[in-house]
Design a protein around this ligand. Structure first.
Ligand SMILES: C[S@@+](CC[C@H](N)C(=O)[O-])C[C@H]1O[C@@H](n2cnc3c(N)ncnc32)[C@H](O)[C@@H]1O
Length: 396
């Protein structure tokens, strides 16, 4: 079977890597999409394990739909009886790009009518629509005149891990947080710190990786495929048990801090809900005072405030500059991944990034900047921490 894993732009190769690590063969990597091959159970495993993937879709059909009639007829001809019994509920979501259809809502409505009519004609009864909690979610993508119709194997977005019980403003999407860590090569074996931790998303995703916890193990809602007619609970239990068997203790510390005490409280509640609180040390601290803990060097991953985010109105350039100093002076040997949507603020850090990776934070184009704070020769008198990384940190 051919599946599609959807991904935020810039994270497609990360998702492809995740699928390969699951032993699945990747067929194609396109903007926002990774096609892979496997048996039905492999689609279930992908739903359970993918960290950076947004959804797993099972394509049902692709056809030309230059107008509403063609869309209706094309959708009606698909094998709905295999996936939708009359006593099940369904919902249709649509997205359109460069197409004669201006309204995704209209596309969803035509496809919904086509499905209902097809099943009424073939079976004499039609399933009901339930937009909030359907048994079967159908996803329609129209690009120019081509319509792709899929079943949503994941049953809604995979970022809904179930641990975000206390949100904070400008919290990162869980799949983006995981993608950032995977882009940075984090594997849980080195210390990780987020000095702007907010609700703790990066720390919790790091802890899930470090403990080899499949994110789907936490999920409160059933996956989409669990409500399909072809679902085999026994096979699913075996896949779930296998994931439970993979758990390990986190090999290295994970540290989160934030200047805002209520953010630290939120991170603490979320980490506890995720079952990761024993691996994450949280505290209230200004990032300007950040210093790497003693011991082996590790990875800093953070999205400091920028633009409309929390903290706007403050002297953000001053904050970035002071945090850059903390990196240079007090984090020798560490790497830092900073997500920011503001190039001017990024420059205020005062370090030249080793990599700049374009990503999207929701609809907002952002950059992930990677910095390496090499342990340099100490220069000048006294060998104070301020000089520790002068040589290789390559100030801008
Ligand atoms: C964009 S949010 C981070 C969101 C976080 N990644 C999450 O997923 O919830 C930025 C965070 O930086 C914190 N912050 C602002 N100024 C700070 C400072 N000087 N030191 C530490 N944290 C600060 C804010 O309280 C806010 O929680």
């Amino acid at each position: 079977m051919r599946f599609l894993a959807t991904a935020s732009k810039g994270l497609e190769e990360v998702v492809a890597g995740e699928l390969r690590a699951l032993g699945l063969s990747v067929l194609d990597v396109a903007p926002g999409l990774v096609a892979f091959k496997g048996r039905m159970e492999d689609g279930w495993r992908a739903c359970l394990w993918l960290r950076a993937g947004r959804r797993v879709l099972l394509p049902l059909g692709s056809f030309e739909a230059p107008d509403a009639d063609a869309l209706y007829e094309g959708a009606k001809a698909l094998p709905w009886d295999e996936f939708l019994a009359a006593d099940r509920t369904f919902a249709v979501e649509a997205a359109v790009r460069d197409s004669a259809f201006n309204h995704s809502g209209y596309v969803a409505l035509r496809v919904k009518d086509a499905i209902a009519d097809a099943l009424r004609e073939r079976r004499g009864a039609r399933p009901d629509v339930d937009r909030r909690d359907p048994d079967v979610r159908i996803v329609v993508h129209i690009a120019r005149t081509r319509a792709d119709v899929s079943l949503d194997c994941s049953g809604g977005p995979l970022h809904k891990r179930g641990y975000r019980i206390k949100p904070v403003a400008a919290a990162l999407n869980e799949t983006l947080a995981a993608g950032i860590l995977l882009l940075g090569g984090y594997d849980g074996t080195v210390p990780m710190a987020d000095p702007f931790c907010g609700s703790g998303t990066l720390c919790i995703e790091a802890a899930l990786m470090a403990t080899r916890t499949a994110p789907g193990l936490l999920r409160a809602e059933p996956f989409g495929f669990e409500r399909w007619p072809a679902f085999e609970p026994q096979a699913w239990r075996a896949i779930f048990k296998e994931a439970e068997g993979a758990l390990r203790d986190a090999p290295a510390p994970i540290l989160g801090s934030d200047v805002d005490g209520s953010a630290v409280a939120a991170a603490s509640a979320n980490a506890e809900r995720a079952g990761m609180d024993r691996w994450i040390r949280l505290k209230r601290r200004d990032a300007r005072d950040f210093s790497a803990p003693a011991g082996p060097a590790g990875l800093i991953a953070a999205n400091p405030p920028y633009g409309d985010h929390a903290g706007a109105g403050e002297d953000l350039a001053g904050l970035y500059s002071a945090f850059g100093d903390a990196l240079k002076r007090r984090c020798p040997g560490w790497r830092a991944l900073l997500l920011t949507g503001d190039g001017t603020l990024a420059k205020a850090i005062g370090l030249r990034p080793k990599r700049k990776i374009p990503l999207f934070n929701g609809p907002m184009p952002v950059k992930l900047l990677e910095f390496e704070m090499y342990e340099g020769t100490r220069r000048g008198s006294g060998g104070g921490a301020g000089e520790a990384v002068e040589r290789d940190a390559r100030p801008e």
